[in-house]
Design a protein around this ligand. Structure first.
Ligand code: G3P
Ligand code: CA
Length: 242
């Protein structure tokens, strides 16, 4: 089962920052998931529409200039990286799942993906672009036909993973609250792996593994690795919560 660090190793360092990504690489995560918005012509790695929770600033991310975003500190500590800074930093060392949170210019994102391949040592199978907005994904695929799409869902639909087939997706990304054996089996019958978010509890990790889930998004990749390796773990290992 793949271990994908959710917003980097975000239980250990401020989410979606180079520090959290570095911790995930140190933990030998198979992949890293990040969230992106395009603001003022630049693609930034950040989860929330509003600034308050992560930076204690009022207002929306999209109302700032790129220069203002560069002065922000996530949890008072780490700068908000650009997508290109993340690509430079990871440099093909593991898989990268880019989740589109706000509308981006598909040409701009395709250009970044080309840089990932041609300058930052990624291979095509290491890159997945996902979103809850399947229209954006469809558009990305039309611009960039080689791209692997991750079809995100917060539901368990009546026709299970049919939405992912309709999108010509590579993988199904399902919510831990609603995943079940039928959804896992349906994704597999359709030829797609299924990755589940957000999974931090040993009981859930073991349950999903038994169900045949192919990967988990976790805030604590080292903890998940220990659970999957059968090492003794305690909840005290969940170090850094906010
Ligand atoms: O990509 C899986 C997961 O990250 C989606 O939810 O809110 O954590 O971005 P969220
Ligand atoms: Ca996300």
């Amino acid at each position: 089962m793949l271990i994908i660090a959710h917003r980097g190793a975000s239980a250990e360092a401020p989410e979606n920052t180079l520090t959290a990504i570095g911790r995930a690489i140190d933990a030998q995560a198979d992949g890293i998931e990040i969230d992106i918005y395009q603001v003022d012509g630049e693609i930034f790695v950040f989860h929330d529409r509003y600034l308050e929770r992560l930076t204690a600033h009022p207002g929306r991310l999209q109302d700032l200039t790129a220069g203002q975003i560069r002065t922000l500190k996530v949890f008072g500590q780490q700068p908000v990286p650009t997508l290109e800074e993340v690509l430079t930093f990871i440099n093909g060392q593991c898989m990268l799942n880019i989740e589109i949170k706000g509308e981006v210019d598909p040409d701009k994102l395709c250009h970044m993906l080309d840089l990932a391949l041609n300058r930052y040592h990624f291979q095509q199978p290491q890159l997945i672009v996902s979103s809850f907005n399947h229209h954006w994904l469809k558009h990305m695929k039309s611009q960039c036909p080689w791209l692997q799409l991750g079809a995100l869902s917060a539901n368990c639909m009546l026709d299970y993973a049919a939405f992912a087939t309709a999108l010509n997706a590579y993988s199904v990304h399902a919510c831990v609250d609603f995943v079940n054996q039928q959804l896992v089996d349906d994704a597999h019958q359709r030829g797609m792996p299924i990755y589940v978010y957000t999974v931090d509890q040993a009981q859930d990790i073991e349950w999903l593994k038994k169900m045949g889930v192919d990967g988990i998004f976790t805030n604590h990749p080292q903890y998940a690795r220990n659970v999957l390796s059968g090492l003794p773990v305690s909840q005290n290992e969940m170090l850094w919560h906010h």
